[in-house]
Design a protein. Structure first.
Length: 193
């Protein structure tokens, strides 16, 4: 008996894993982190306790208000944990602006566009939360500095308005956490490290 080989052409639809939602955890690739990655337990606790829907795998970080979703690059895309948490807390501050939470309405103010003002609030909120977590502060969105400076020159009270809204965002995320034993345990772990 002779075997005949018949070439067969088949087509397959292939997707990048990062394009798929709802993939079972067993099939998801393990996040790659650098050897110097040091997770911040308090920041992780804040992100998890917020119950925000956070997805990883995008090329850039953003909050999508229409979907009420925070999208972040994979942890391995960040140079270190501080950069990751700074960005995640910035986007989490945007998340608090939703009508069901702090209800921060994007409206233009004198001398600053609404989006730039919201970025100032998110940057300050991230700084407040990062400080609470013991993370070193660093500016995440330097590209807005010119618009912020111009607006601050024209409106001396703008910084107080932004700080007040950023504090409301931080207060929204922290009050329940402050009274939980889990946060106390996370803080104890951070101090021991």
């Amino acid at each position: 008996m002779t075997t005949t080989v018949i070439p067969l052409l088949r087509s397959f639809t292939v997707f990048n894993v990062q394009q798929l939602d709802g993939l079972p955890e067993a099939l998801q690739p393990a996040p790659q982190t650098s050897p110097d990655w040091c997770a911040c337990d308090i920041a992780e606790f804040i992100l998890n306790a917020s119950h925000a829907q956070i997805r990883h795998g995008a090329a850039r970080a953003f909050y999508a208000p229409a979907l009420d979703v925070i999208q972040l690059p994979e942890r391995s895309a960040f140079a270190n944990a501080t950069d990751y948490y700074g960005t995640a807390l910035h986007e989490l501050t945007h998340w608090t602006g939703h009508p069901d939470r702090c209800n921060r309405v994007l409206s233009s103010r004198a001398h600053i566009e609404a989006y730039a003002f919201e970025e100032l609030v998110a940057e300050m909120g991230s700084a407040f939360l990062g400080n609470y977590c013991g993370l070193p502060g660093q500016l995440q969105h330097a590209s807005y500095i010119d618009s912020w400076l111009q607006a601050l020159r024209c409106d001396k009270r703008l910084i107080f308005t932004a700080a007040s809204l950023a504090q409301k965002a931080a207060d929204y995320l922290l009050p329940e956490l402050l009274s939980t034993e889990a946060l106390a345990a996370a803080q104890h772990t951070e101090m021991a490290a």
